[in-house]
Design a protein around this ligand. Sequence first.
Ligand code: FAD
Length: 412
Amino acid sequence: MAQSRPAVAIVGGGIGGLFAANALTAHGITVSVYEQAPAIGEIGAGIFLTPNSVRHLHRIGLQGAVEKWGARVGRDSHYFRHDGARIAPVQVTDASGWNATFGMHRADLVDMLAAALPPRTVHAGHRCSGFAQDGNTARVTFSNGASAEADIVIAADGIHSELRPYVFPPSRPVFHGSVAYRGLVPHERLPDWPTDRWQMWLGTGRHFLTFPVRAGKLINYVGFVPTDEQMKESWSAPGDPDTLRREFAGWDPRIEQVLAEVQQTFRWALYDREPLPGWTKGRLGLLGDAAHPMLPHLGQGANQSIEDGMALAIILGRADRSTAPLALLAYERLRRERVAEVQRGARQRHALRFSLFGSWRERRRDHRARRIPQAALQLRCGAGSGSRGGGALTTPDPHPALSEKPPSTTIC
Ligand code: FAD
């Protein structure tokens, strides 16, 4: 048992930072979270949670909240061609057959993570603007004039991370020539729309996705379309609903039915970065998009940030103040290759969906799509892969403070 547990400061109160704060707290570590926004909150869009992260939400005691605020999707989840013909079912279980795939409103997820933390853990209105460290401590400074000291600082400040350059020289974002239109439609406007399934339509250079969130009260849609316009990395801007409708005109009438109800939509430019060769420097470590921004085609950015947080907490929970930097290195070693594999997988999926056209290519894409669910599941769960931080790595026993028994004890 560690004699003197390290104190941790987390910069960034998004999904990754807030989950890590919960996991560290559950492992008996004192944490402070510093968020630049005046209040914790999120944009109005959905996020898809897969078993590899849901099991960790259970471990920190949020099983009930996930069931309450999420919308579980089931066996009727499918891939379709653009015209509505079925291609293949979507695998919604992990390798053990456990179905824990949920659509969630991002705001609901962030709110439930923030609410689960001890009072005064989160300090809003703190934009980190500097970092320094020596052999004994690390210090972050904020643009409001405040500063904070900790044994370990975790940069969970997203794709534009202010702290990443303190770990590794700045890298260039890679634009992938596509944008995602995202938004939510109240289910009451689509009363016949099923609330128990994830559905994706694949067409030439475009694809369209829907899944339910907030216990089925809202339907989340995402329309991926090609573009030459280079927007700022991960920048979201209001989009034109009529342009979105034109992009998918002539597709399955079910898509037109959803789009007819869209009154507001936002556009995201799709960027990622090359996997980093290192995530830590001394007392500073990266987590979530700050460490591994990825394309959304495996729906794993947030799920991987949750895996990061649990791995970090388990490893730091066994360290003391003097061994904490070594523990940070162990965290990096456990996570980096596993996540790089997911980053590369998301790129491959992008290339598959955006580069194929014409009938024989459509058939080849359909054939591959039939194989995707298992391959994607392995990236999502490490199921049976036995590689690099996936299914082969067994976590130590959960901390006694964790009340929920996890359905599986693998980090995946
Ligand atoms: P962020 O969510 O970006 O949070 C970073 C936080 O840090 C923010 O609150 C920010 O305000 C704060 N911050 C930034 N700079 C500072 C600073 N200097 N000081 C203090 N605070 C700061 N992932 C999935 O798992 N499933 C999906 O279905 C999915 N769908 C997606 C669809 C699209 C179209 C896109 C673009 C992404 C999708 N993702 C999905 C990816 C997911 O959104 C991200 O991977 C995830 O939000 C990353 O979480 P994070 O906490 O690392 O970063």
